[in-house]
Design a binder for this molecule. Sequence first.
Ligand SMILES: [Zn+2]
Length: 164
Amino acid sequence: MPRYTTCQICGRAIRTVKADCAQTGKVERIIIDHPYVDPRTGVQEEERCLGSGWRPLEVASDALERYVAKLEEAAMELRREFTAMHDRPPEEFTFRAQWPLRGEIAVARPKRFDPKRKPDGVLKPNTYAHQFWDEDRRYRFGLARADADLAVLNKRLADRRAPA
Ligand SMILES: [Zn+2]
């Protein structure tokens, strides 16, 4: 086996060493500790990639399958929260106020608040609507990111399973 092989999680070529493999309990070539670099942005996001210490993708897909399952669960939870916020907008939001206010503030839901209708233009800070649509944007961003990550990871799994 070559000394550089593919990490199951980040998909990069990473050096391997012979060591005790926690998954098989045998001495095998496993991926050395390395940081996680986002393949889309090239930005280092974690000190230690979750593929560290696992067997390379050429040998196993156990870390990848576990990671995909966790990510799918997290995405489902995010989607559930997002849907719940739209179905039943919270009675109030508590958040760190923006200038010119300071500290934590709580804003109650206005009587005529409509979660189906995002107002045009810039929303006034420190209001319920501002906070609601800010949360909405955060959820959409998180969901889009989870979907993009899952697409890459599921393709990696599918490619590995495909007959050569
Ligand atoms: Zn990695």
